[in-house]
Design a protein around this ligand. Structure first.
Ligand SMILES: [Fe+2]
Ligand SMILES: [Fe+2]
Length: 270
């Protein structure tokens, strides 16, 4: 199997089994392959994308297994979309540096593991992933990333430095919230996701520097981030500086994100 065949399998086979099969150790990339831009992933029955998503229950209700399951299913779906989008990026930019594509594949495998961790919590609470709707939230904006003149930099800024940066706040917030209601197992899953996300954001920062060496981190981000992604979407309600510094984000970029306010037309919350 080649890298392209593996990534196509994730997007073109609708089953969870295909999307969650870890990448084999040897997965050769074929020189000269053509870019492929996929609008939406194939989804099997029960996993179909639907527009929009309801509000998440308030965190004080997380002690109620049904409310917890709604949150865990939403987070699991974010992981599944991340799996698909890393495969999508590898297909979209065959000319990206080999080490970057390997890095994306490594992150994809982390996202598969995160999905499984959330799914196990759903089962433990008497629910299942398939019992909840799948919002097309990230996928609505794949076209904007695909069409950006900034190529892989646009993906690094949208995925790593916006959505994953925001998840530094969300994962820590939910880890604490699950602990407050005594659901230590769900809190520990959020802890794992939080730790790994620091690495994912860090990789995006390193690669943005590699691909835009003449610009500061903040300028490179502002230039390449594709609308409707923006700094205002790169954070949760409770802004954490420490994981951002650990990920290698620079103080002026962190400050910019902290102060960013949503503009009209910017990405709404999922
Ligand atoms: Fe993840
Ligand atoms: Fe991630």
């Amino acid at each position: 199997m080649t890298l392209e065949e593996y990534c196509r399998g994730i997007l073109e086979d609708g089953t969870l089994a295909a999307k969650l099969t870890p990448p084999p150790e040897r997965l050769p990339d074929v020189a000269g392959r053509k870019p492929i831009s996929i609008d939406q992933p194939v989804r099997a029955a029960g996993l179909e994308l639907a527009s929009g998503a309801g509000r998440l229950p308030p965190v004080r209700k997380l002690g109620d297994p049904e409310a917890a399951a709604v949150c865990l299913a939403r987070f699991a779906h974010h992981e599944l979309m991340a799996v698909e989008l890393f495969a999508w990026a590898i297909l979209r930019w065959p000319e990206a540096p080999d080490v970057l594509k390997r890095g994306w594949l490594h992150t994809l495998a982390d996202e598969q593991r995160h999905f499984r961790l959330y799914e196990q919590r759903l089962w433990a609470l008497g629910s299942s992933f398939e019992a909840h709707p799948c919002s097309d939230y990230f996928w609505r904006h794949a076209g904007a990333i695909a069409d950006s003149p900034h190529g892989p930099r646009a993906f690094l800024c949208a995925m790593g430095l916006t959505l994953e940066q925001a998840n530094l706040d969300f994962s820590a917030h939910y880890a604490e919230a699950f602990r407050v209601v005594g659901d230590v197992e769900s809190a520990e899953v959020c802890d794992v996701v939080h730790r790994d996300e620091i690495g994912h954001v860090g990789q995006a920062a390193i690669w943005l520097r590699q691909l835009a060496p003449e610009s500061s981190q903040l300028d490179a981000y502002n230039r390449a981030v594709p609308a409707p992604f923006s700094a205002a979407r790169a954070k949760g309600r409770k802004f954490l500086e420490a994981p951002r510094l650990e990920a290698g984000l620079l103080p002026d970029f962190i400050q910019f994100v902290r102060e960013a306010r949503p503009e009209s037309g910017s990405l709404s919350s999922s």
